[in-house]
Design a protein. Sequence first.
Lengths: 145, 145, 145, 145
Amino acid sequence: MVTPERTGAPVRVGLRWRDLDHQGHVYHGTLLTLLDEARTAWLRDVVGVRSADSYVVARIEVDYLAEILVEHAAIDVSFEVARIGRRSITTGETVRTPGGLHVAQASVVLVMWDRQGRSSRELTPGERERARERLAAPEEVAADA
Amino acid sequence: MVTPERTGAPVRVGLRWRDLDHQGHVYHGTLLTLLDEARTAWLRDVVGVRSADSYVVARIEVDYLAEILVEHAAIDVSFEVARIGRRSITTGETVRTPGGLHVAQASVVLVMWDRQGRSSRELTPGERERARERLAAPEEVAADA
Amino acid sequence: MVTPERTGAPVRVGLRWRDLDHQGHVYHGTLLTLLDEARTAWLRDVVGVRSADSYVVARIEVDYLAEILVEHAAIDVSFEVARIGRRSITTGETVRTPGGLHVAQASVVLVMWDRQGRSSRELTPGERERARERLAAPEEVAADA
Amino acid sequence: MVTPERTGAPVRVGLRWRDLDHQGHVYHGTLLTLLDEARTAWLRDVVGVRSADSYVVARIEVDYLAEILVEHAAIDVSFEVARIGRRSITTGETVRTPGGLHVAQASVVLVMWDRQGRSSRELTPGERERARERLAAPEEVAADA
């Protein structure tokens, strides 16, 4: 559970020893858990998405640029909005060590989710408005998806 | 630990209850663990890569097409080689339930790894030869990476 | 997802590479995931407990007797019932490698759970009857817990 | 990665959404990961054990007293030494929510480990001295194990 100190600041997530695999670096699959943790805090505090159950991951792209080691102790994740659809947000996610080393870059398509109905839902007007303020390139607001 | 029954067959990986998240489907990050398990068996049995420590994941793209539920009991992963570089293989990975439902599609860039030296290494001639037999489009053999 | 081939037989659970920790053996916490997977199959097939959501773990004791290595490929877990309470079952769980090496021994207190009401529930008559057939020492049927 | 603010203080470990299972509380196996994280920090800062690879878990007992929910955000783990052997330390581990709710109690036998030699080792004089200062009942120093 992490909290961005202010809007726009990176979200810090502490590492655990069990995040390491046999090769001694953070397991590539576990990075998704760390990104998820940071993203949920960012979505809640910046975009106003109420809970981790309010969206599902539809697509993920990750470039692993350098080993993340337990000595790094934590990662800092910065978010921007690359695209807003009717039912989805696409994020750009930059992962650095506390020392500033760029260790991974991700792009994630989030589909807003109605847990009760087990189906996708439209962004609320509030979510859409706040996501728009975080757009990297303002024209990327689509009506379709 | 899984074994493809014959070269080219999908690799089956059994699900565990703990693969589920709070939403009741396989957690999106955990799918990477399942793919990894299947891929390691495929690389060993089909491409001749000796151990799971012999490569690292440099890039991953995953499209999550449908929920994977514990009732599915297992997933079947089929592999093809999309591209061969000097030090890397790019795979295409198709994930289906045992009933044939297409639940995810992935593309993964694997960089061959020298664990001792903690650096990338070239494919061995044997790895290259066997990977070439699995190429989806034979021209995708690059000299550069 | 595993199935005991016949009542009383050990339940086999395959290992995954990610079950290993940095020390190269199955992580001690992950053994609980493996036991859980085997126990859920045993409870379903032998005791008639309907789903993994039908009980919670109230207490666990584990003796780690030898390293479990990825080369072992799987573990075999044998179950007996050590004690039956009104709302709980205590199991004895013996973990061996497929080659027969005794690698861990556990005792687990399971409290039957009503997921809807988020509270404990009594064993059903059917669960109680079938658990009784698996008692290691038949007098260990208590009325209290 | 956590640090006890001062010797004797509980060690706080933040929760992650993925620590939850399908039932909506921290998975019982995952509590061992959280305890491990806290214990490694305590062993390093209080007992002077150099790294997480310097010991293995030989036995664990855990009583799960109440559900740990993601709303709790973190757990606080307090440690005492219950017994010191030649090659082992037995801890008492008390888990509370930040609000003070006692949610779990554990006892863990740690065997000091020589990773190079893959075998147990004796406590160093420094480790023994510092562990002795944390003994709950000072007579529990054994020569045997």
